[in-house]
Design a protein around this ligand. Structure first.
Ligand SMILES: Nc1nc2c(c(=O)[nH]1)N=C([C@H](O)[C@H](O)COP(=O)(O)OP(=O)(O)OP(=O)(O)O)CN2
Ligand SMILES: [Zn+2]
Length: 141
Protein backbone atom coordinates (compact mmCIF):
# COMPACT_ATOMS: atom_id res chain seq x y z
CA UNK A 1 0.00 0.00 0.00
CA UNK A 2 1.12 3.50 -0.74
CA UNK A 3 -0.68 5.09 2.21
CA UNK A 4 0.00 3.08 5.31
CA UNK A 5 -0.65 5.48 8.15
CA UNK A 6 -3.75 4.31 9.98
CA UNK A 7 -5.36 5.98 12.98
CA UNK A 8 -5.74 3.46 15.79
CA UNK A 9 -9.04 2.69 17.52
CA UNK A 10 -8.76 1.98 21.25
CA UNK A 11 -10.60 -1.25 22.15
CA UNK A 12 -10.26 -4.25 24.45
CA UNK A 13 -11.00 -7.09 22.02
CA UNK A 14 -8.49 -9.95 21.82
CA UNK A 15 -8.09 -9.83 18.04
CA UNK A 16 -7.89 -7.03 15.51
CA UNK A 17 -7.43 -7.43 11.77
CA UNK A 18 -7.05 -4.82 9.09
CA UNK A 19 -7.87 -5.25 5.44
CA UNK A 20 -6.71 -2.85 2.74
CA UNK A 21 -8.56 -2.61 -0.55
CA UNK A 22 -8.43 -0.54 -3.71
CA UNK A 23 -11.59 0.37 -5.53
CA UNK A 24 -11.92 2.05 -8.92
CA UNK A 25 -15.24 3.82 -9.09
CA UNK A 26 -16.92 6.92 -10.44
CA UNK A 27 -19.24 9.30 -8.65
CA UNK A 28 -20.68 12.78 -8.72
CA UNK A 29 -22.18 15.09 -6.13
CA UNK A 30 -25.46 16.21 -7.62
CA UNK A 31 -25.59 19.74 -6.23
CA UNK A 32 -24.44 23.14 -7.53
CA UNK A 33 -22.49 23.70 -4.30
CA UNK A 34 -20.21 20.76 -5.15
CA UNK A 35 -18.39 22.71 -7.89
CA UNK A 36 -16.24 20.48 -10.08
CA UNK A 37 -17.40 17.40 -8.15
CA UNK A 38 -20.82 17.87 -9.72
CA UNK A 39 -19.40 16.30 -12.88
CA UNK A 40 -18.97 12.54 -13.12
CA UNK A 41 -15.37 11.70 -12.26
CA UNK A 42 -13.43 8.71 -11.01
CA UNK A 43 -11.20 7.79 -8.12
CA UNK A 44 -9.05 4.88 -7.10
CA UNK A 45 -10.37 4.72 -3.57
CA UNK A 46 -8.00 3.34 -0.95
CA UNK A 47 -9.91 1.63 1.83
CA UNK A 48 -8.86 0.17 5.16
CA UNK A 49 -11.26 -1.61 7.49
CA UNK A 50 -10.55 -2.58 11.09
CA UNK A 51 -12.35 -5.66 12.39
CA UNK A 52 -12.26 -6.87 15.99
CA UNK A 53 -13.55 -9.76 18.04
CA UNK A 54 -12.87 -12.07 20.94
CA UNK A 55 -13.31 -15.40 19.15
CA UNK A 56 -11.98 -17.07 16.00
CA UNK A 57 -13.96 -19.28 13.62
CA UNK A 58 -13.26 -22.98 13.06
CA UNK A 59 -10.50 -22.11 10.56
CA UNK A 60 -8.74 -19.92 13.10
CA UNK A 61 -9.83 -16.73 11.27
CA UNK A 62 -11.40 -13.71 12.88
CA UNK A 63 -12.86 -13.39 9.40
CA UNK A 64 -11.35 -14.48 6.07
CA UNK A 65 -9.65 -11.41 4.50
CA UNK A 66 -10.99 -12.51 1.12
CA UNK A 67 -14.60 -12.45 2.29
CA UNK A 68 -14.19 -8.85 3.42
CA UNK A 69 -12.85 -7.82 0.03
CA UNK A 70 -15.68 -9.71 -1.70
CA UNK A 71 -18.34 -7.76 0.19
CA UNK A 72 -17.07 -4.43 -1.09
CA UNK A 73 -15.04 -4.98 -4.22
CA UNK A 74 -17.52 -7.22 -6.04
CA UNK A 75 -20.26 -4.71 -5.50
CA UNK A 76 -18.59 -1.35 -6.13
CA UNK A 77 -15.45 -1.87 -8.24
CA UNK A 78 -15.70 -0.34 -11.73
CA UNK A 79 -19.13 1.05 -11.07
CA UNK A 80 -20.83 4.42 -10.66
CA UNK A 81 -21.50 4.73 -6.94
CA UNK A 82 -24.55 6.95 -7.49
CA UNK A 83 -26.27 4.06 -9.31
CA UNK A 84 -26.20 1.71 -6.31
CA UNK A 85 -29.30 1.25 -4.14
CA UNK A 86 -26.96 1.66 -1.13
CA UNK A 87 -26.55 5.33 -2.07
CA UNK A 88 -30.15 6.02 -3.05
CA UNK A 89 -31.17 9.47 -1.80
CA UNK A 90 -27.62 10.16 -0.61
CA UNK A 91 -24.58 11.89 -2.07
CA UNK A 92 -21.72 9.36 -2.31
CA UNK A 93 -19.23 11.59 -0.52
CA UNK A 94 -16.15 10.10 1.11
CA UNK A 95 -17.97 10.29 4.45
CA UNK A 96 -21.04 8.47 3.14
CA UNK A 97 -18.93 5.87 1.34
CA UNK A 98 -17.04 5.15 4.58
CA UNK A 99 -20.28 4.84 6.57
CA UNK A 100 -21.90 2.64 3.91
CA UNK A 101 -18.93 0.28 3.75
CA UNK A 102 -18.97 -0.03 7.55
CA UNK A 103 -22.70 -0.76 7.57
CA UNK A 104 -22.46 -3.33 4.78
CA UNK A 105 -19.51 -5.14 6.37
CA UNK A 106 -21.24 -5.22 9.76
CA UNK A 107 -24.40 -6.61 8.15
CA UNK A 108 -22.27 -9.44 6.75
CA UNK A 109 -20.30 -9.98 9.98
CA UNK A 110 -23.51 -10.34 12.01
CA UNK A 111 -24.11 -13.64 10.18
CA UNK A 112 -20.82 -15.09 11.50
CA UNK A 113 -20.96 -17.33 14.55
CA UNK A 114 -17.92 -15.67 16.18
CA UNK A 115 -19.52 -12.20 15.83
CA UNK A 116 -16.63 -9.97 14.66
CA UNK A 117 -17.33 -6.26 14.26
CA UNK A 118 -16.05 -3.50 11.99
CA UNK A 119 -15.12 -0.60 14.27
CA UNK A 120 -13.33 1.67 11.80
CA UNK A 121 -13.29 2.35 8.07
CA UNK A 122 -10.85 4.70 6.37
CA UNK A 123 -11.65 5.84 2.84
CA UNK A 124 -9.05 7.83 0.92
CA UNK A 125 -10.52 9.47 -2.15
CA UNK A 126 -7.46 11.36 -3.37
CA UNK A 127 -3.81 11.58 -2.29
CA UNK A 128 -4.78 14.58 -0.15
CA UNK A 129 -8.23 13.69 1.18
CA UNK A 130 -9.49 10.90 3.42
CA UNK A 131 -12.19 10.19 5.99
CA UNK A 132 -12.23 7.97 9.08
CA UNK A 133 -15.63 6.55 10.10
CA UNK A 134 -16.27 4.87 13.44
CA UNK A 135 -19.75 3.55 14.27
CA UNK A 136 -21.19 4.23 17.72
CA UNK A 137 -20.89 1.32 20.16
CA UNK A 138 -24.70 1.11 20.36
CA UNK A 139 -24.85 0.44 16.59
CA UNK A 140 -22.62 -2.61 16.97
CA UNK A 141 -24.83 -4.51 19.43
N1 LIG B 1 -15.89 16.61 3.01
C1 LIG B 1 -15.80 16.29 1.69
N2 LIG B 1 -15.37 17.23 0.83
C2 LIG B 1 -15.25 16.92 -0.48
C3 LIG B 1 -15.56 15.63 -0.95
C4 LIG B 1 -16.04 14.67 -0.01
O1 LIG B 1 -16.34 13.52 -0.35
N3 LIG B 1 -16.13 15.05 1.29
N4 LIG B 1 -15.38 15.32 -2.26
C5 LIG B 1 -14.90 16.19 -3.13
C6 LIG B 1 -14.68 15.76 -4.56
O2 LIG B 1 -15.46 14.60 -4.83
C7 LIG B 1 -13.23 15.51 -5.04
O3 LIG B 1 -13.15 14.28 -5.74
C8 LIG B 1 -12.16 15.47 -4.04
O4 LIG B 1 -11.83 16.80 -3.76
P1 LIG B 1 -10.41 17.38 -3.38
O5 LIG B 1 -9.77 16.62 -2.24
O6 LIG B 1 -10.62 18.83 -3.18
O7 LIG B 1 -9.54 17.03 -4.67
P2 LIG B 1 -8.31 17.81 -5.29
O8 LIG B 1 -7.51 16.79 -6.01
O9 LIG B 1 -8.80 18.96 -6.09
O10 LIG B 1 -7.56 18.35 -3.99
P3 LIG B 1 -6.10 18.99 -3.84
O11 LIG B 1 -6.18 19.76 -2.55
O12 LIG B 1 -5.84 19.84 -5.04
O13 LIG B 1 -5.11 17.84 -3.75
C9 LIG B 1 -14.61 17.57 -2.74
N5 LIG B 1 -14.80 17.85 -1.35
ZN1 LIG C 1 -14.80 12.68 -6.17
Amino acid sequence: MIYNYYPQVPHSYRYELNKDMHLSAAHYIDNDLAGKCQKVHGHTYTINVTIVGDALDKLGFLIDFKLIKDQIHKKYDHSILNDHPDFKGKHPTTEVVAETITTEINRFLKQQTNQPKCIQTIVRETPTSYVVYRPKASELE
